[in-house]
Design a protein around this ligand. Structure first.
Ligand code: AMP
Ligand code: MG
Length: 320
């Protein structure tokens, strides 16, 4: 069974194709503004402009034509309204034109499922870290339960905003990672963790005031050490509380080597399993939407509207 999934919640437009539970194509393009952050209208224009080209590339890669696709899936939310609309309207058009079923996928659940697929971990605690989302999640009784999350901005957002203030264009995460490797001196920063929840806005303000006074390398290093420690601490507490003995990190920030290193170390100290997901599937991608659509193939969904505030814990997980 061939499933074609479309991702368009934010900065990335992606098309992925799966043959049953195997990914056979994963094409995408991310909007990278020359200055400033992502403007919703510009993200939608980017997706609209590149949609046909990326769709064509994915089909070529899979050696398929549109009429060969058995199921269409799209990212229903959470996300930015103009961006979401591009994927929703394109997938709805294709499903009608070719007379095939359409499945609406929760973007966060898709990040979790692709992580389970590529790590082989069946029931891990999942640290989901991306631009707009930061959540610690576990599966319980047909639901993904959010055990801890950010009280304000997402971790990727913190990195991107701080990067912008230091003159690094979006997405700043990879560049901050490189700078951090050269940092020598740890600058103490507000460490803000409340139970399982974390908060980043205090750190954001703190860092905005030391830019120009400390080196970029030391700021990047100290910022990473502080916020990643918070996330790993909350993940460890969740593992202990839920009696689960494995961890995966998923979402765009899961591409960061230092964060994975900290996760691996914490797990080895408590004799738990840790597996990294391949970088290709860390950030937003169409393959995760196709794969999750495939898992949900028997769902009978009535509401296929976009859901800009779609929460991970409101999706009923029938396939597990
Ligand atoms: P997503 O929304 O899941 O595609 O994630 C995008 C976010 O991941 C952006 O905020 C990026 O800055 C961040 N990101 C990408 N690569 C890295 C990295 N190597 N280290 C830290 N953050 C990263
Ligand atoms: Mg994402």
């Amino acid at each position: 069974m061939y499933t074609l999934g479309i991702e368009s919640t934010a900065h990335t437009f992606g098309v992925g194709i799966t043959e049953n539970d195997r990914v056979i194509a994963n094409e995408r393009d991310t909007l990278k503004p020359l200055s400033g952050g992502i403007i919703p209208r510009e993200a939608a224009a980017h997706h609209f402009r590149l949609a046909a080209e990326i769709l064509g590339k994915a089909l070529n890669k899979g050696g398929l034509r549109l009429k060969d696709i058995d199921l269409f899936a799209f990212s229903q939310g959470p996300g930015i309204i103009p961006s979401l609309k591009v994927g929703a309207s394109l997938s709805s058009f294709l499903s009608k034109k070719y007379g095939k079923k359409l499945i609406g996928v929760n973007h966060c659940v898709a990040h979790l499922e692709i992580a389970r697929l590529y790590t082989g971990l069946r029931d891990p605690i999942m640290l989901y870290v991306s631009g707009g989302n930061t959540q610690i999640i576990t599966y319980y009784n047909k639901n993904y339960i959010v055990f801890g999350e950010t009280q304000d901005i997402g971790i990727g957002n913190l990195l991107d905003k701080t990067g912008r203030r230091m003159g690094i264009p979006f997405p700043a995460g990879p560049e901050i990672e490189k700078l951090a490797e050269k940092g020598k001196h740890y600058i103490e920063m507000p460490y803000s963790i409340k139970g399982m929840d974390v908060s980043f806005s205090g750190i954001e303000t703190f860092v905005s005031k030391i830019i120009g006074r400390e080196t970029k390398e030391d700021i990047a290093f100290s910022l990473q050490e502080t916020v990643f420690s918070m996330l790993i601490e909350a993940s460890e507490r969740t593992m202990a509380y839920c009696l689960k003995n494995s961890l995966v990190i998923t979402g765009g920030v899961a591409a960061n080597k230092r964060l994975n290193e900290m996760g691996r170390k914490m797990c080895s100290e408590r004799a738990a399993e840790f597996k990294e997901i391949p970088m290709e599937f860390a950030g937003d991608n169409g393959a995760m939407i196709a794969y999750t659509g495939y898992l949900m193939r028997d769902y009978n969904q009535k509401d296929l509207d976009i859901k800009p505030k779609f929460r991970t814990d409101t999706v009923e997980i029938n396939y597990r």
